[in-house]
Design a protein around this ligand. Structure first.
Ligand code: KG4
Ligand code: ZN
Length: 357
């Protein structure tokens, strides 16, 4: 089965073609991503109207490029999938409408993909062996807008263990980068700065929520902690080594908090669902090497297998959307051309057949 996928929910315009074999294994035939970073940098964040217009300007060309690189044509496709939410609605509409137009003109099924499900199922595309990310598994979803622990029981079947009570962890990385003057996007900038820290232990920040009985997160206090440390330094401008040491302190506290919350969820999952399953991390923040190392250790301690997608498939891309579309189509789940894009669309509200596991 061959699926074209389109992603336009934030500041990446992306198109990809993915193949799914009968045994459930996947292969990326093409994966084109155009980042709009330069268009938004001056504003220190994504401007929705600029993003939507830019998607409109570039998407047709990127779809053509993805088809050429995959050495395929529309007649050889089995379906067209697009992110239909959650996300910046103007951009989501550009991608979903484009996919619907292709599906309608070629008589192909259209699959409305939830962006979060794209992240959630990526490990099944990239696992060496489909059994390594077989359902059920525990998922830590960490991106710019989301921070959740979920039991993934099948396509469309998610049970939420915990979420953030304030900021998402990616948002905290982005805000911390802004406080430190490290630029945009914040996550990779904080990680790079932390790597150069000469005294990574110089500042102490408490990992939020550590030891709490729930599986919830909180990151706004951590960002405030960074601001207070900056104020305590009392300097008009921070030196490069101040920034690096603060970035390292923030990253360490964030990683420790994620690890602590995930450990709690891993114990619960092992008791309630099954022991010895996979611990999967997904979303843009999953690209962070320090966080990956902490989570690998949690998996080790709790008898789980750690699964993390390759770095470039952690941040937004269309291969994950095409793949989620393929997984849905394989179960006979398609959507009408009247599907309305959804700015908000929690995973718990997804449609799924009872037999999806
Ligand atoms: O999944 P994603 O590409 O877009 C959303 O769906 O939100 O995630 C973007 C988020 C941003 O907050 C970005 O700063 C963060 O992921 N991020 C990182 C790293 N790379 C991206 N955070 C920490 N370390 C990284 N290396
Ligand atoms: Zn994302």
């Amino acid at each position: 089965m061959k699926i074209l996928g389109i992603e336009t929910s934030c500041d990446e315009t992306a198109a990809a073609v993915v193949a799914r074999a009968a045994d459930g294994s996947g292969r990326i035939l093409s994966n084109v991503v155009l980042s709009q970073l330069d268009e938004h940098r001056a504003y220190g964040g994504v401007v929705p109207e600029i993003a939507a217009r830019s998607h409109l300007d570039h998407l047709d060309r990127l779809v053509a490029q993805a088809m050429t690189e995959a050495e395929t044509d529309f007649a050889a496709l089995d379906g067209v999938a697009a992110t239909a939410g959650p996300g910046l609605i103007g951009g989501v509409m550009v991608g979903a409408l484009t996919a619907k137009a292709i599906a309608w003109s070629r008589g192909l099924p259209f699959i409305a993909v939830n962006h979060l499900e794209g992240h959630a199922l990526t490990a099944r595309l990239t696992a060496q062996d489909p059994n390594e990310a077989a359902f059920p598994y525990l998922l830590l979803l960490v991106s710019g807008g989301h921070c959740q622990l979920l039991a993934v029981e099948g396509v469309g079947r998610y049970r939420v263990y915990g979420g953030t009570v304030d900021d998402a962890v990616g948002e905290a990385f982005d805000k911390t980068a802004k406080l430190l003057g490290l630029g945009y996007p914040g996550g990779p900038a904080v990680e790079r700065a932390a790597e150069t820290a000469e005294r990574p232990e110089r500042f102490a920040l408490n990992p939020p929520m550590q030891g709490r009985a729930t599986c919830d997160f909180s990151f706004s206090g951590l960002k405030t902690g960074v601001r207070q440390q900056i104020q305590r330094l009392g300097k008009p401008t921070l030196s490069a080594s101040d920034k690096a040491d603060l970035a390292a302190a923030f990253q360490r506290a964030a990683a420790l908090s994620l690890a602590d919350r995930t450990r709690r969820a891993a114990v619960r999952f092992s008791e309630e669902v099954a022991p010895g399953r996979a611990l999967v991390v997904a979303g843009g923040v999953a690209a962070n090497r320090t966080i990956r190392a902490h989570l690998a250790q949690v998996a080790d301690e709790t008898g789980m297998r750690f699964q993390a997608p390759p770095l470039k498939l952690c941040t937004d891309n269309a291969a994950m959307i095409a793949w989620a579309g393929a997984e849905r189509l394989a179960l006979g789940l398609t959507d009408g051309l009247d599907f309305r894009p959804r700015p908000r669309w929690p995973l718990a509200e997804l449609s799924a057949p009872e037999t999806a596991a």
